[in-house]
Write a protein that binds this ligand. Structure first.
Ligand code: ADP
Ligand code: FDM
Length: 212
């Protein structure tokens, strides 16, 4: 009998909402419960495409807006074979940003529709669960200043946040909104509960295709 697949779990949210902190804690908690789990993050800056993206984010290079959008998407597609293999092996993937960041960030730029931005990511492995870490800008500001990378300004982040709200209206995706203003353990407990709840369904249904 084929072994049960892992779950595909994504964390999204505004800058400093705690995505990286929580992804690491979730992987650890799942492993401690005997469920194999691994962390992934997008963009994955280690690949050739990822290095182009990284230079762009660090403002070491300029790329045309459509082009960089497609590179972010290509960076996900290039990792799909690895993702599918791990999921088939029963490994749960906890992913720090995914196609939703891709759409929210590009569509926050002038002249980009949500529809156009979604197209290149259509058909990617569909997450079993997407948790949005919700935090208001004033509380995010208490966690530190913006960094120096591209997109790290309050006006742009506000536009991105609005786009995320639009994306969350899509009921074909299993969105859960998490109150990210709680302390680290409080957020972690909510995230762990939602994650454990999706295991049964994930194990008994084939991996879906995003936005199809
Ligand atoms: P993100 O990946 O969403 O940008 P991080 O996990 O890197 O966020 O966290 C941003 C900063 O906020 C870090 O200094 C982290 O220690 C801190 N932080 C994370 N979660 C919380 C929390 N629940 N309460 C207070 N500070 C937090
Ligand atoms: N970002 C991230 C995009 O613009 N498109 C994408 O598809 C993805 C995955 O890149 F500003 C943006 C979001 C953020 C930056 O920063 C990545 P981190 O600190 O590596 O998450």
């Amino acid at each position: 009998m084929a072994s049960k697949r892992g779950a595909l779990i994504v964390l999204e949210g505004v800058d400093r909402a705690g995505k990286t902190t929580q992804c690491n804690k979730l992987v650890q908690a799942l492993i401690e419960r005997g469920r194999p789990a691994e962390l992934m993050r997008f963009p994955d800056r280690s690949t050739t495409i990822g290095q182009l993206i990284s230079a762009y984010l660090e403002k070491k290079s300029d790329l045309e807006d459509h082009t960089v959008h497609l590179l972010f998407s290509a960076n996900r597609w290039e990792l799909v074979p690895v993702m599918k293999k791990k999921l088939e092996q029963g490994i749960t993937l906890v992913v720090d940003r995914y196609a939703f960041s891709g759409v929210a960030f590009t569509s926050a730029k002038p002249g980009f529709s949500l529809d156009w931005c979604m197209k290149p990511d259509e058909g990617l492995p569909k997450p079993d669960l997407v948790m949005f870490l919700q935090l208001n800008p004033a509380e995010a500001a208490l966690r530190g200043q913006f960094g120096t990378e591209r997109y790290e300004t309050s006006a742009f982040q506000k536009a991105v946040h609005e786009r995320f709200q639009q994306l969350m209206k899509d009921s074909s995706v299993n969105w859960k909104v998490i109150d990210a203003s709680q302390n680290i353990e409080g957020v972690h407990n909510d995230i762990t509960t939602h994650s454990l709840n999706v295991f049964n369904e994930a194990q008994n249904t084939p991996l879906g295709e995003l936005w199809r």
